[in-house]
Design a protein around this ligand. Sequence first.
Ligand SMILES: NC(=O)c1ccc[n+]([C@@H]2O[C@H](COP(=O)([O-])OP(=O)(O)OC[C@H]3O[C@@H](n4cnc5c(N)ncnc54)[C@H](OP(=O)(O)O)[C@@H]3O)[C@@H](O)[C@H]2O)c1
Length: 296
Amino acid sequence: MRVVVAGSSGLIGTALVSSLRSDGHDVVRLVRRPTAAPDEARWNPERGQVPAAALRGADAVVNLCGVGIGDARWSGAYKQLIRDSRITSTDVLATAVADVGVPVLANASAVGYYGDRGSRVVTEATSPGTDFLATTCLDWERATTPASAAGTRTVLLRSGLVLSPRGGALGRLRGLYSVGLGGRLGDGRQYFPWIALEDHVDAVKFALTHDDIEGPVNLTGPAPVTNAEFTAALARAVHRPAPWVVPGFALTAVLGEFARIGLLAGQRAIPEVLEAAGFQFRRNTIGEALGSVLTR
Ligand SMILES: NC(=O)c1ccc[n+]([C@@H]2O[C@H](COP(=O)([O-])OP(=O)(O)OC[C@H]3O[C@@H](n4cnc5c(N)ncnc54)[C@H](OP(=O)(O)O)[C@@H]3O)[C@@H](O)[C@H]2O)c1
């Protein structure tokens, strides 16, 4: 396959590009800076510029763009950037995909689409939430419409918390837990729908090659856990206690709206579409996932 990847320098993109290449696929990376290697093509999502030549002949486009939702306090300007970096890039890319006639678009989204669902099981058929992340995800997914309307098989990657030792939330938490500073967030009953990075990468590749997969796909492990269960599993994995409880009000006072929506709320999301299509997870439980990613 020839696969064009946008947002390829990030946690998921780096692993996906490397995995696609080791499978023998040809990968072109869309970069927002001047190109520095023959496999790169420059695009400018803010100006609506995508090099059609890079997309011509591609079997699939994967879009993983977006500033980190936990990388800064959610000021009005940062919330706008969270939205724009996802929705504008998706709109520009989906329009180019439609113009060129690329057969498949796999576009990032997140389980935040569902809003806070307490302990209710969430599948791809569950309706969207109404908070900031949910409405952002809804508009982000809608921005793929030019591609789906043009007949491109469009897959919406509703990712859970991606577990990797090299970055993302676990990369940050690991240091705290290793020195015994881990702890539950709020009452710990909110669900953390996790997925091991290697399973996430495999699931994206699976979606690219399975014509029966279209629309929303939960990229979450088969057994989501609560924050309290996640805390206990991570403490076990690093052989340290995690005795602390970070009260919800304190977390919200320090981190603002991100804490309320991103850390103290959750989704018990299950991968119904992937499992129905026959996808096999390598890491089925939080213990297996943490055990494998933290020994690397
Ligand atoms: N990791 C998770 O746990 C998780 C969970 C749910 C959803 N997701 C979603 O999956 C996607 C990839 O996640 P990730 O963890 O790999 O993210 P990441 O490490 O933060 O990488 C995202 C990539 O987005 C691009 N980007 C950054 N700022 C941008 C901007 N202003 N405009 C356009 N593109 C920009 C960058 O790629 P270039 O510099 O190469 O353009 C960056 O490498 C994101 O959309 C994220 O929201 C991730």
